[in-house]
Write a protein that binds this ligand. Structure first.
Ligand SMILES: CC(C)(COP(=O)(O)OP(=O)(O)OC[C@H]1O[C@@H](n2cnc3c(N)ncnc32)[C@H](O)[C@@H]1OP(=O)(O)O)[C@@H](O)C(=O)NCCC(=O)NCCS
Length: 176
């Protein structure tokens, strides 16, 4: 497997991010949903308009993972939107972290995660948060090793399906 390169994404990457967002979500999770729920969710979550507005928001940052001349993964971080009573406007959230299957297990995910968390800390974010699907045990292990602990849960809508999602938190005192 060629070594993937991680870099901050900018406005010119909107199409690549939109495409790799839909592709990785579909590859990872499509089997869980009726086709009509997926058809509702993909344009809502990964459409070009939303991607462009996220890229233009200085409180958010995207990273792209590239290999073989194309995007093979990405991450998105920003202010925390998770529904938990202790979330404040200062809190930061890792919002998305995805690699194509062919590029998983080689360390790029952890590197991407650490880069996004370091950026959130540099922004002065107090407390770091992540939402993760309750059955995504692999990602939960990775987050657990970096000091994240489950502090709540909520229902995440994908079309009409409501996923059970865990809310994880790392306090400022915890370290990797
Ligand atoms: C989560 C993800 C980004 C991790 O990236 P990665 O490059 O595969 O991970 P690394 O090689 O850096 O580290 C390996 C660790 O990832 C975790 N992991 C995540 N998903 C895993 C899976 N399906 N199988 C095995 N380990 C997985 C494990 O903790 C693993 O460590 P371990 O082998 O000691 O148990 C990647 O697996 C991925 O894109 N998964 C699908 C999308 C996803 O679940 N995103 C998280 C949404 S909250």
């Amino acid at each position: 497997m060629p070594t993937p390169i991680i870099r901050r994404a900018g406005p010119a990457d909107a199409e690549a991010l939109s495409q790799i967002g839909a592709e990785t979500f579909t590859e990872t999770f499509a089997h869980l949903y009726p086709p009509e729920d997926l058809a509702d969710f993909l344009p809502y979550a990964y459409g070009l308009g939303r991607t462009r507005s996220d890229l233009a928001d200085p409180a958010k940052a995207h990273w792209l993972v590239e290999a073989e001349g194309r995007a093979v993964g990405y991450a998105l971080a920003g202010p925390c939107d998770l529904p938990h009573p202790e979330v404040t406007p200062d809190c930061g959230e890792l919002k998305r972290l995805y690699l194509l299957k062919a590029f998983q297990g080689g360390g790029a995910g952890r590197q991407l995660l650490e880069e996004a968390l370091a950026w959130l800390q540099d922004q002065g974010r107090q407390g770091l948060w992540i939402g993760v699907w309750s059955e995504n045990h692999g990602a939960q292990r990775l987050y657990g090793r970096l000091g994240f602990e489950k502090v709540g849960e909520y229902g995440f809508p994908v079309g009409k399906t409501l996923d059970r999602e865990f809310i994880l938190r790392r306090t400022a005192a915890a370290s990797a």
